[in-house]
Design a protein around this ligand. Structure first.
Ligand SMILES: [Zn+2]
Length: 556
């Protein structure tokens, strides 16, 4: 009954044979290679070591120089930057992937306010910017005048019971109002019900001559910040439809200017605000009229995405491409002759992408899939370069493996990078990949410390994600207390973010950007060589087919 000695020996022989055979099996070989995913292979170590800090410094300095004029979309500085990037791509031997060589031209429409734009209370002129701003959407030139009436939130509803428009006809009036919700209404249900939109639509259809929002600033987002952005030139794709001309002007007032609107009405601005949240609010006539004039200058022009690629080595997989993105635009020259240098945001990101391209093109390692480098324009005005490329792709969307995006707040210059945040990591297999690569390089991945900022929705990778392509943007930060670098970032955000003072500083630690570029290289290298393209986590709301036309899930 027991096993004979012979049987045991045969079994042992078979087992040994199997073991030897398995050792040489391609399946196991691959499994062995990929099982050590949290260790860098020799090729990956070489690739990582070949990322040059000098390249990052040089490109960042060049793109944020005075010569590049803040790389304005539809401005000469932007064109110069596009040429510079194309030359760098050519030097690296990347193949052109634009419409004409490396360039993908995009037609933009720029809108500026002419000095004739004005708000007059009786005969008193108010100042655009300091006192008020014209809020998008704006359709075109306008001249309207009317009596001012304060309608609190303009809300007519049963729960809560209120009728802010009781007894008045808003036709031909300039409606002064607050942005909702009222204090006793929950923010979430307010936004779910699209209550603000409904209120504004109703006022428009009832013939309001203009809408003036007051008391809009918060401690985090003061009026002055909003006014700064809304008085800059505005860009959009020229193909985007213009707003219908029947829309009345929408204005937003500073609190100081709002106080003036209430003078002579029998109550102060503060008293009106208090009444607005009391039961039984009734509209208040401000007993004077105002005149709004809007004069716009619209110009069309071209700005380019710059695209090159490194062809993959695998005869089949080279048809699939991984796309790196980095936006090269900043706010250009605006508000007279101020230059918005955009060094941290995002000359640095472009420099990291170019350093990654340099390491990958000069490597002798086998790179199976193709790798696309896409430097986009028009990001700051609404992600236009990316959305245009996604809608007019120069590579088949179904064959785009993933997107890795370099953009950020420059936190990687605070010191050697030890901490990472992966925006979009939770939605696809790129999250596990990031974890592996982080572990292999001694970095720690943490959860987004500022989820309220919704950064995932705010840069180029998101346009890929919407289209069903897994995407990832990585923020790099130093080690130690998270609050220490978050505070430094918040301070920077307040003073330098999107301002002319976003320039290269002598205290920048360049090892950080090098780590970011090296990380991007290893991630890209692994994506390019995996058997399968990255996949969505099954229950992610973004789990959709590449190339989908479905609208994206609502903001979370
Ligand atoms: Zn940016």
């Amino acid at each position: 009954m027991a096993n004979s000695l012979k049987h045991l020996l045969v079994c042992k022989f078979v087992a040994t044979l199997l073991a030897v055979l398995l050792l040489f099996s391609p399946v196991l070989l691959r499994a062995q290679q990929t099982s050590a995913t949290n260790v860098l292979s020799a090729e990956e170590r070489d690739l990582s070591a070949s990322v040059k800090v000098e390249t990052i410094k040089e490109v960042t300095a060049a793109l944020s120089s005075v010569e590049m004029q803040g790389r304005g979309t539809m401005q000469a500085g932007g064109d110069r930057a596009a040429d510079y990037i194309a030359q760098r791509f050519a030097k690296l031997g990347l193949k052109p992937l634009g419409k004409t060589s490396y360039m993908q031209p995009i037609t933009f429409r720029e809108t500026r306010f002419l000095p004739e734009t004005s708000f007059r209370l009786g005969e008193d002129p108010f100042t655009l910017g300091t006192d008020y701003v014209v809020t998008p959407p704006y359709s075109g030139d306008k001249s309207v005048s009317g009596q001012l009436v304060f309608v609190a939130y303009g809300l007519t509803s049963n729960v809560p019971k209120r009728d802010d428009l009781a007894g008045i006809d808003v036709k031909g009036k300039i409606v002064v109002m607050l942005e909702g919700p009222p204090k006793n209404v929950d923010k979430l249900s307010w936004s779910k019900a699209k209550a603000q939109m409904t209120i504004m639509q109703r006022l428009v259809y009832q013939g309001a001559a203009g809408l003036v929002f007051v008391n809009t600033g918060t401690a985090d987002r003061p009026y002055s910040e909003m006014a700064d952005y809304l008085t800059r030139r505005r860009l959009e794709l020229a193909e985007n439809e213009e707003m219908p001309s029947f829309l009345p002007p929408f204005l937003t007032f500073s609190n100081e200017a709002a106080e003036k609107l209430f003078v002579g009405s029998g109550l102060t601005f503060d008293q009106a605000l208090e009444l607005a949240d009391r039961e039984g609010f009734k509209p208040i006539s401000l007993k004077k009229s105002a005149k709004i004039t809007i004069r716009l200058k619209k110009t069309k022009g071209i700005s380019n995405n710059v695209i090159g690629f490194l062809e993959g080595s695998d005869p089949t997989l080279k048809a699939e491409g991984l796309v790196y993105t980095a936006h090269y635009d900043a706010y250009g020259v605006d508000k007279g002759n101020r230059i918005y240098h955009g060094a941290a945001d995002n000359a640095l990101g472009v420099a990291e992408m170019i350093a990654a391209a340099e390491a990958l093109t000069q490597s002798h390692a086998r790179i199976r899939r193709s790798i696309i480098f896409l430097a986009v324009t028009g990001e700051e005005y609404g992600g236009f370069g990316s959305s245009y490329w996604i809608d007019n792709p120069t590579w088949k969307i179904k064959q785009i493996a993933a997107n890795l995006n370099f953009d950020g707040m420059g936190t990687e210059v605070y010191g050697p990078v030890k901490t990472l945040v992966g925006y979009g990591a939770e939605h696809s297999s790129l999250g596990a990949l990031l974890k592996d690569v982080a572990a292999a390089t001694g970095l720690t991945v943490i959860a987004d410390p500022r989820p309220e900022e919704k950064s995932f929705y705010r840069s180029d990778h998101y346009y890929f994600v919407k289209k069903g392509v897994p995407g990832l943007m990585i923020l790099g930060a130093p080690e130690g207390e998270i609050s220490a670098w978050i505070n430094r970032m918040k301070e920077w955000e307040k003073i330098d973010y999107h301002q002319p003072t976003d320039v290269v500083r002598p205290d920048w630690n360049w090892e950080g950007p090098r780590t970011m570029a090296a990380l991007g290289v290893i991630l890209g290298f692994r994506i390019a060589n995996q058997d399968q393209m990255p996949s969505w986590i099954p229950n992610s709301p973004f789990n959709r087919e590449r190339g989908t036309n479905k609208p994206p899930p609502p903001l979370q």
